[in-house]
Design a protein around this ligand. Structure first.
Ligand code: ASP
Length: 336
């Protein structure tokens, strides 16, 4: 729990990897009503491949684009990368050889959200999610309904799986036991925009060779992504089943609301899940977060998670803080 300041201070000595504040002095929200509210943007995304998306998001913001444009067009970069086996048309198919994509988007202003799950054949699921948010009364569309809506909105289609993924799938199919290696990632992109508001988006093809119709955490608001304009934003990557059962990104924002810094909030969420879950430290869950002061951070259930951070002065990949077994104590609050 977040009641013990000393335990936070202790953690922060362990988990200072790649956490920082970016010019809170530049935050001018509410300082002077006549001045334009211009905030130094902070863009954070999952994994090293997120850096190219961050850079595009910054370019869009610098050109005067909106926070939502920055999220959508930033994520396009990763969705367009056919070398990326876990996002977009280059994604690894499900067990039936079909690529089913999940995505969502959230706007701090208005607390709006849009989401698509298990959508097939649409090049930019993040755009479909944005259309759901902006053009419908709903938050989430799935499967054939999501695809039909996206096509009606004029979104581009794409052939998937690409041939190399189809060949891999055929091999996997003929030798499932040996090739059951877990393979999954997500681009979660969150940002504090120059307008002082938070925005976020997620896009993934999910867990490689998943069951047909499986939906992960990424399109679930509060699971793979959560934005609260009064607090900050958080996103997740890892085994969706272990994030969505705990409303992971919602928990991160909630910890920040109660005073935790972004890295503390990510780590407290990983710990809270690890303490309760029979899988303990073997959860494969990772979070990123940004708060109102422009501070950012990340943490994962194991070593190896890295994330990308971009501002107007730098763009870099950082190592996230990792859970250590001594952090969680006896594991498995829900073990039978
Ligand atoms: N969270 C995604 C899913 O479970 C995959 C990942 O981010 O690694 O679909």
């Amino acid at each position: 729990m977040l009641t013990n300041r000393r335990s936070f201070l202790k953690q922060s000595t362990v988990i200072t990897v790649g956490t920082a504040a970016v010019g809170p002095s530049k935050l001018s929200i509410g300082e002077n009503k006549k001045m334009p509210k211009v905030v130094e943007p902070v863009i954070v995304s999952t994994w090293p491949f997120g850096k190219a998306s961050n850079d595009e998001a910054l370019r869009i913001l610098t050109m005067g684009g909106s926070g939502l444009d920055a999220i959508e067009k930033g994520i396009w970069i990763t969705e367009n990368d056919l070398g990326n086996g876990s996002v977009g048309a280059g994604g690894i198919p499900n067990a039936e050889g079909v690529v089913q994509l999940d995505a969502c988007i959230m706007s701090g202003p208005g607390h709006r959200a849009g989401s698509v799950a298990a959508i097939e054949g649409v090049r930019h699921p993040i755009s479909a999610a944005r259309k759901v948010m902006e053009k419908t009364k709903h938050v989430m569309l799935v499967g054939t309904g999501a695809k039909a809506f996206a096509l009606k909105e004029g979104l581009e289609t794409a052939q998937m799986p690409i041939e190399s993924r189809r060949q891999e799938w055929l091999k996997w199919k003929s030798n499932q036991e040996k090739n059951a290696a877990k393979n999954h990632d997500t681009i979660a992109l969150i940002l504090l925009a120059p307008d002082g508001h938070f925005y976020g988006g997620c896009s993934t093809s999910g867990w490689a060779y998943k069951l047909n119709g499986r939906v992960g955490d990424s399109p679930i608001i509060g699971g793979g992504l959560y934005v609260d304009d009064d607090v900050g934003a958080a996103g997740a990557t890892g085994l969706g089943e272990n994030v969505m059962r705990y409303c992971g990104s919602f928990q991160v924002v909630s910890f920040m609301q109660r005073g935790a810094s972004p890295v503390e909030a990510c780590m407290e969420t990983v710990k809270a899940i690890a303490r309760k879950d029979p899988k303990g430290a073997d959860l494969s869950i990772n979070f990123i977060a940004v708060d109102k002061q422009g501070r950012y951070g990340a943490a994962g259930s194991a070593e190896g998670f890295s994330y990308s951070v971009t501002t107007t002065t730098f763009s870099k990949v950082l190592s996230a803080a990792a859970l250590s077994s001594k952090d969680i104590g006896p594991v498995g609050g829900n073990r039978n």
